[in-house]
Design a protein around this ligand. Structure first.
Ligand SMILES: [Zn+2]
Length: 175
C-alpha cells in the first residue's frame, strides 16, 4: 500500500489518471448506454478515467464522486456503480498533467487477462473500444498488472486499498 499524499489532507487538487478496480459480488442488470440493458456478471472490472482540472474536477474529487452512491447519473460509469453489488475495492492512480487515460486503457486492453465485454462504455469521446474492462484474475494480480501498465506508460502508480476511507474523507472539501 502506498503512503498517499492525499491521505494527510494537505495536498489536494491533484491532476492525473486513475483506474477503478470494481468488484461485482453478484450479477447486475443495468442500462449502461443507449438504453439497452446489460447484465454485468460477477467478477472484477476496471474503469480508467482522468481528471485534469481543479477543485471538483481534481483527481480526488472525481474519485470521491465515483464512490458516492447518491448522485445524478451523468456518465456510463455512474450507472454501473449504481449497482448494489458493485464496490470499488481498489484505485490505482498516478499524477500527471497529460491526458493519459486512453494510453493506459489501451495498455490494459492489450493485456491478455482483460476483455472489453461491454462496447463503448466510457468512451463516447475517444476511439477506445471501451473504458470498462473485465479483469480475469485475483485482486492482487489485477492490481499488480495495472500498476505494471502504468509504469510502462512512464507513470508512477499509487494504489489505494480502502478508497472510501481515503477519497470520501479527503475530497469532501473539494465538492
Ligand atoms: Zn479512450
Amino acid at each position: 500500500m502506498s503512503d498517499l499524499s492525499v491521505c494527510n489532507g494537505t495536498k489536494l487538487g491533484l491532476k492525473g489518471v486513475y483506474t477503478l478496480i470494481i468488484r461485482f459480488a453478484q450479477p447486475c442488470k443495468t442500462r449502461i448506454r443507449d438504453h439497452r440493458s446489460a447484465v454485468i456478471g460477477r467478477g472484477l472490472y476496471l474503469y480508467t478515467g482522468s481528471a485534469l482540472g481543479a477543485g471538483s474536477s481534481s483527481l480526488e474529487a472525481r474519485i470521491g464522486r465515483h464512490l458516492r452512491r447518491r448522485k445524478k447519473k451523468f456518465w456510463h460509469i455512474d450507472r454501473i456503480l449504481a449497482c448494489k453489488s458493485a464496490r470499488v475495492v481498489s484505485v490505482v492512480f498516478a499524477e500527471t498533467i497529460c491526458k493519459m487515460e486512453c494510453k493506459v486503457n489501451a495498455a490494459l486492453l492489450r493485456d491478455s487477462h482483460t476483455s472489453a465485454l461491454f462496447a463503448r462504455v466510457g468512451s463516447s469521446d475517444c476511439r477506445c473500444s471501451s473504458h470498462f474492462l473485465l479483469a480475469k484474475q485475483s485482486l492482487l494480480s489485477v492490481r499488480r498488472r495495472v500498476r505494471a501498465h502504468y509504469r510502462e506508460e512512464g507513470l508512477a502508480p499509487q494504489v489505494v486499498g480502502k478508497p472510501r476511507t481515503v477519497f470520501m474523507a479527503n475530497s469532501r472539501q473539494l465538492w
